[in-house]
Write a protein that binds this ligand. Structure first.
Ligand SMILES: O[C@H]1[C@H](O)[C@@H](O)[C@H](O)[C@@H](O)[C@H]1O
Ligand SMILES: [Fe+2]
Ligand SMILES: [Fe+2]
Length: 335
């Protein structure tokens, strides 16, 4: 394995691989992936500006990022209860109904910026790392990625809009329960895998009793492409529908990021996303997905580790983001 340590974030990736090895997970595919990751990372670093964003070691509460194992705090207990409900209630049929219902986009008309402001009324109960207003999360991730990729304006806008689908929690959007809007996502119609956070709760999901859904591929064909896979319903897929149906001119990679940014895997207390093991689902992906995944990897770091107590001055950055919104979206969108 090529060990080129290019930044602290990647350094951690390498450590994580050793931990996985100790845990006796099948490491062969992982080392291949890490090789690929290192190559990607070298290219990426070449594109970055000086003083690139450094992923902090701990979150704003002094804990490791995305620590779901320590149920000591009220917050973490709440997060576990969230995943219990999510894993029991998200079923193949439920997702199909929700997609059909919300793809009508008949709830309201508003601009992207109006939606950013609406999001301030939203609290995400699945997130152990964040209790700042959501508009801060959008701007913090967008500003961090803008600093490192100054020429990719589409990426800045993608970060700004990626969580807008959380408006589904608001009464104006039927006030869906948290388990139907936030949290990590996973495929339905095939076996639930143990890499999902708190996966034990899937036992109580009615789909666990349907033999058609219990094999690795389930109702899908190998390599069918993620767009043919029914993913758990939430803010990701909804915002993807909104952007696409309103005719955004953002590139395909942007739509892919919005749609799959919560599709993560975990192994025990090891956050697999460090080693890009989202690729564990390669059996359902096609070549286009694998291509888009490269940008999703870039994005993940900024989405996860930019969450901080230091606020971005909204009024100061607003003109820049308004110019991007005008470039890539119509003035009013159907939601
Ligand atoms: O708790 C978080 C949050 O809901 C994010 O918006 C989502 O993208 C993450 O995957 C999830 O873990
Ligand atoms: Fe999200
Ligand atoms: Fe996010």
């Amino acid at each position: 394995m090529k060990k080129v340590i290019v930044d602290r974030h990647l350094h951690r990736c390498v450590l994580r691989v050793d931990m996985v090895r100790e845990a006796h997970v099948d490491i062969l595919p992982i080392t291949n992936l890490v090789d690929q990751l290192l190559q990607d990372e070298e290219i990426k670093v070449g594109q970055q500006s000086q003083g690139a964003f450094e992923a902090p070691e701990i979150n704003a509460f002094g804990q490791n990022f995305r620590d779901y194992t320590n149920a000591e705090t009220e917050r973490q207990k709440g997060v576990e209860e969230f995943y219990r409900l999510q894993h029991i209630n998200q079923t193949y049929d439920y997702v199909k109904q929700m997609r059909e219902k919300f793809s009508k986009l008949d709830k309201m008309e508003m601009s992207i910026w109006e939606c950013c402001e609406l999001l301030n009324e939203v609290v995400d109960e699945s997130d152990p790392d964040l209790d700042e207003p959501q508009i801060q999360h959008l701007l913090q991730s967008a500003e961090a990625i803008r600093k490192d990729y100054p020429d990719q304006d589409w990426l800045h806008l993608t970060a700004l809009i990626h969580d807008l689908g959380k408006v589904l929690l608001l009464p104006k959007f039927e006030g869906l329960p948290q388990w139907a809007v936030v949290g990590d996502t996973f495929p339905l119609g095939c076996a639930f895998d143990s890499f999902n956070i708190h996966h034990k709760y899937f036992e109580e999901n009615p789909d666990s009793k349907n033999p058609a859904y219990l094999t690795k591929n389930g109702v899908y064909e190998q390599g069918c492409g993620l767009e043919n896979v029914v993913m758990s319903w939430g803010h990701d897929d909804y915002m993807y529908l909104v952007a696409k149906e309103n005719g955004t001119t953002l590139p395909t990679a942007a739509l892919f990021i919005v749609r799959y940014h919560s599709f993560y895997r975990k192994y025990s207390n090891i956050d697999i996303r460090y080693i890009r093991l989202e690729l564990i689902h390669t059996h359902l992906m096609n070549d286009e997905d694998r291509e888009n995944l490269k940008w999703l990897h870039v994005f993940n770091k900024y989405d996860l580790y930019s969450k901080s107590k230091v606020h971005v001055d909204v009024e100061e950055v607003k003109p820049y983001y308004m110019s991007l919104i005008n470039k890539y979206f119509p003035e009013k969108l159907r939601w």
